[in-house]
Design a protein. Structure first.
Length: 358
């Protein structure tokens, strides 16, 4: 008799290989699996994804439902994103979506439907609290496949939520997930991965924002020579460290080093590591500690200030309730307000917060 027989799991299915394999693995392990697709927008790409997810569910012979969360997604994600760019911040919509939608509204709905767990195809490891390990709380760790690890996006998870979550593919590499999908007979085993933010549907962020934000064009200036290089399309459409899409050709490449809101000037530099965007300190707010309690401070740990960045040695000190200051051993490039600073101890995800300033 399978040990997980009877436990009800709502698997969030996107139509891709990762969530499909997550559902297949859980069914094989004896869980009572139901597939759910979250309708976040009404685009053709979303409709195609829903159709793919439904076909996978039919193939796996599991129930399938689609829930329309598009209004909530608009309010919690799109409106938040636009407001952030308007105010000069660069939000991370995936982190907010995990907090407010997948492991917020969707988790609440699943529990109200009497499901025991919600599962996703995230690449992350979850270890429940255990007397054998003498650990009094659930822990999140980087995925076995470090190239695919998505723990950075999950630092807002709490102990109350973690006890209802499953991440079935955290111990597999992407290649192994594809092989499992092929062996099971899933048609999506070789589907190409999408690198787009889901609601963009292939559209560039700047084009998306132009439809949402009214802004003034202004000068693009070289911060070292003080020469005018061109005209920007509106400061909300740029972010620190940006290289692509600035609109200055010929003598580049140039990098955004200062967004001067007072004078409506976009300052750029040819120097990738211009002193203007290099810093050793930052302040974070809205900090969440995954363990459910603040560790002993000051704390030496590893920190990354964007998803694709390498971990950096740092010290965390508390400023006031919910506000912390991070001191890096080595200077960091393009510390950006609105992005997240995420904390690690070796492979374990400790928590994180929103970058307030530097």
């Amino acid at each position: 008799m399978l040990k997980n027989h009877g436990a009800r799991v709502a698997v969030l299915m996107s139509g891709g290989v990762d969530s499909s394999v997550a559902a297949a693995l859980l069914k094989k392990q004896g869980y009572n699996v139901t597939g759910f697709f979250m309708i976040l927008n009404k685009s053709e790409k979303a409709k195609e994804a829903q159709s793919s997810a439904q076909k996978i569910a039919q193939f796996l012979n599991i129930p399938f439902y689609a829930l329309d969360l598009s209004s909530l997604f608009q309010k919690k994600i799109i409106d938040y994103l636009v407001a952030g760019y308007k105010s000069g911040r660069t939000p991370n919509p995936c982190i907010v979506c995990n907090k407010e939608i997948k492991f917020g509204a969707m988790l609440e709905k699943a529990l109200s439907f009497d499901f025991d767990y919600v599962a996703t195809g995230h690449y992350v490891k979850l270890k429940a609290k255990s007397e054998k390990r003498k650990v009094d709380h659930s822990q999140l760790f980087k995925a076995y496949d470090t190239k695919k690890d998505q723990s950075y996006f999950l630092y807002t998870l709490t102990q109350e939520k973690l006890k209802h979550l499953l991440f079935p593919i955290g111990d597999y590499t992407k290649q192994e997930v594809r092989l499992i999908a092929k062996k099971v007979g899933l048609s999506v085993y070789n589907r190409k991965e999408s690198q787009d933010i889901c609601f963009l549907g292939g559209e560039k962020m700047i084009d998306f924002l132009k439809k949402k934000i009214k802004s003034r064009a202004g000068k693009i200036m070289d911060i070292n020579t003080k020469k005018e290089l061109g005209c920007h399309q509106g400061l909300p459409f740029y972010t620190l460290g940006q290289r692509q899409g600035i609109g200055v050709g010929g003598t580049g490449p140039y990098y955004v080093v200062w967004i001067d809101s007072k004078r409506n000037i976009l300052w750029v530099s040819k120097d990738h590591n211009d002193p203007k965007i290099i810093g050793k300190e930052l302040i974070v707010k809205n900090v969440n500690w995954v363990a459910g309690k603040e560790p002993k401070l000051p704390l030496k740990c590893k920190v990354k200030i964007r998803y694709n960045q390498k971990l950096a040695d740092a010290m965390i000190k508390k400023v006031e309730q919910g506000i912390y200051k991070i001191f890096f051993v080595k200077s960091q490039r393009a510390i950006t307000r609105g992005q997240s600073a995420v904390f690690y101890s070796d492979e374990e995800l400790l928590g994180g917060g929103i970058i307030k300033g530097y």
